[in-house]
Every structure is written in C-alpha cells, then in structure tokens.
Design a protein around this ligand. Structure first.
Ligand code: ADP
Length: 357
C-alpha cells in the first residue's frame, strides 16, 4: 500500500496538451475516482501513474519514491482495463497465478494465494474454466483477481465496469467497494460515469479539458460544485442551469420572479441586477398546481413568487417521478423531481418554487 503524489504533471502529444498542471496527493489506502467527459485526460493520468505513458513534465511519487524514470514493471502497481485482457488459453487459476509465476514465487505459495483470491471474489468453483466459458462479470472478476493476487501497493482501474450490462455493473460496483474495504489497497479508478464516481469514491477528482476542476468527497462536490461544469456533470438528473438576473429577494428568470429562500439569501455574493447562471438541483424544486384553491393561487400571483411553467414530459421512475417542464415561449426543459405518487400530465400548468429543505 502506498500514498501517491502527483506534482504539476503535464502530458503533451505533439501539439495536443492532454493534461496540464495535475497536482493531488492520495493518502495511503484511499479510493479515488477520476471522472470527466470523454477526452478530458483521465486515462492519460492513469497510464502515466502506471508507467505506460511518460509525463512531459512534473513529478510522480508512489510511496516516498520518485518514479518518473522507473519503468512500469518496477512500479509495483496493478492495472485493470475495461476489456479484461485475460489470457484466453489459460484457466482462471492460471490467469490469477500469472503475475506471481512471472515473479518466480514458490509454487505452493502461488496455489494458496490463488485460492484465497478466488474465495474473496467468489471464483473458487470456476478455477478450471477458460475465459470464454465465463460471463462478462466473471471475466472481470478474474481480471481483478489477477491484479489482487500480486498484492500491489497501488491498484489502477480504467473503466472496469463499462462492458457489463446494467444489473451486473451495479452488483460488481458494490463488490469492488467491499473488496476495497477488505484489502485497503490505494486505488485510482477512472470513469466517465458520475454514478460510479459518487458511489465508489472517498474523493472525486473532476476533470475537464485536461485540467482539474474540483477535488472533494462526493457529498461536498454535489452540494457545493466549484463551477458550472462540475455542477452539471455530477447529478442525475442533471442540475438545471437557468440564466437569471439577481433582484435581491428574487431571481428574474425570463421575466418571471423566483423567490429566494431566506436560508440562502445571506450566502449569496451578488450585486443587484447582476446577470448570473442559476443552478438548481431537480430535487430542490417544489411544485404547486395552478388549479389549487383560488385563494392560495391569488396570493401567490400577487406576490409573484414562483415560476409559471407547462408540463411537457412525465417520466415515472417508481419511487420518484421526473417531470420536464418549460417556461412559456421556451423549448428548453427544466427538470423537476417529485414523489412517485404525484400524478401529472403534459399540458398542465404548474407553479415552481425553490425548496432547499
Ligand atoms: P479520457 O480518458 O478522459 O477519455 P484521454 O486521456 O484518453 O482522455 O485523452 C486526453 C486527450 O489526449 C484527448 O484529446 C486525446 O485525443 C489525447 N490523446 C490521448 N492519447 C493520445 C496519443 N497517444 N496521441 C495523441 N493524442 C492522444
């Protein structure tokens, strides 16, 4: 096990700067996830740590050792790819044993180790099979097993679940988390999937266009995204980003006024009439039906305190319902998450309010 330190890592490919100024330190034993859209530089960072790419500049430490010039095989890291890369003619046991045989570990020790690893991944009944006789999920577990068997000080995973179907991906994700809890090996995991990032990570590193946007634990990043890219990337359904004018007590959104709840007023660092992009999570909107009792409706209209919108699409998700609504004259959707019991139909008019509770 080891801590990992990246200092100002930069990697250029001819004229393309793949990553720039990448600096972070992963404490020993933590599980970090590098997340961002395709092409943002995640794999380049991981491959640089593995020693499969050389940084153009910057320093990389694994443990206390500066490894800039240390070749991949001498870094004591194990990497798992999305395509498993198992040896097709070897059995599961031989695949798991491979890294140990390369290191000339004693035969008896190898057998014991293979069995222990197979048990921890529920593979012991499959040890004599060849990869093609296994499901995708089982093959991925063998790939993990081969990496674990070597007892590396660092575990690097590049989109390891992306070839699995949805149910298996969910299950394997949980197994991976459990495995990390048991083994405690420092792990760096690359994904473009924000759900994997949120569920697996001790810390998330959000990347865009080769640069770090934010580093933090999942809940803090979700609650306090550093910028619009992070805000709209993490969260499903994504955060609504609405152009607005700050009016002190309200935001003016396309000529309608949305009241600002007291509990967030004090934290806003805006000046009157400032133009801004307002980010609102779908679960932070409450709805009132425009056909609700006359008295309440009139009071709301007098106070001009909510957004009038029209329901466009209703998507029941079981426990919740996602409704996509639009402001008059606008074709863009605002996503609103409400309880699964709420019955709404396209064409209905609603009143939206901010509800941060
Ligand atoms: P991600 O893993 O986030 O999808 P990558 O690290 O694979 O992103 O790529 C980051 C950027 O570097 C992209 O613009 C990609 O085209 C470029 N890149 C990656 N590898 C090479 C290479 N071997 N040659 C040229 N450009 C590359």
């Amino acid at each position: 096990m080891a801590k990992v330190l990246l200092e100002n890592i930069k990697r250029r490919f001819n004229n393309v700067t793949a990553v720039e100024d990448i600096t972070f330190e992963i404490p020993d034993g933590e599980f970090w996830v590098l997340v961002g859209p395709s092409g943002c530089g995640k794999s380049t960072i991981l491959r640089t740590i593995a020693g499969l790419e050389m940084a153009t500049s910057g320093n990389l430490f694994i443990g206390d050792r500066l490894v800039n010039d240390i070749p991949a095989r001498a870094r004591d890291v194990a990497m798992v790819f999305q395509n498993y890369a198992l040896y097709p003619h070897k059995t599961v046991a031989q695949n798991i044993a491979f890294g140990l045989e390369m290191r000339k570990v004693d035969r008896k020790k190898i057998q014991e180790r293979v069995l222990t690893v197979a048990r921890s991944l529920s593979l012991e009944h499959l040890l004599d099979r060849k990869p093609k006789q296994l499901s995708g999920g089982q093959q991925q577990r063998v790939a993990l097993g081969r990496a674990i068997a070597r007892e590396p000080q660092l575990f690097l995973l590049d989109e390891p679940l992306s070839n699995l179907d949805a149910q298996l991906r969910d299950d394997t994700r949980a197994e991976l988390k459990q495995l990390h809890q048991q083994l405690g090996i420092t792990t760096i995991y690359v994904t473009h999937d924000q759900v994997e990032a949120m569920t697996l990570a001790d810390k998330i590193v959000v990347l865009n266009r080769g640069r770090i946007q934010q580093i933090g634990d999942p809940q803090s990043i979700y609650a306090l995204p550093a910028n619009e890219m992070v805000a709209s990337f993490l969260g499903n359904p994504p955060m609504n980003i609405l152009p607005a004018i700050y009016k002190g007590d309200n935001f003016d959104i396309s000529g309608q006024l949305l009241a600002i709840p007291e509990n967030i007023k004090a934290g806003l660092n805006l000046h009157p009439e400032q133009i801004c992009n307002l980010g609102i999570r779908p679960e932070h909107i409450s709805i009132g039906n425009i056909n609700e009792p006359q008295r309440r409706r009139e009071r709301r209209e007098e106070n001009l305190e909510g957004l009038f919108v029209e329901v466009k699409v209703v998507e029941p998700l079981g426990r919740e319902t996602l409704i996509r609504v639009s402001l008059p004259g606008s074709s863009g959707f605002i996503n609103v998450q409400v309880g699964g019991g709420v019955r709404l139909h396209p064409g209905e008019n609603l009143h939206l309010h901010l509800d941060l509770n």
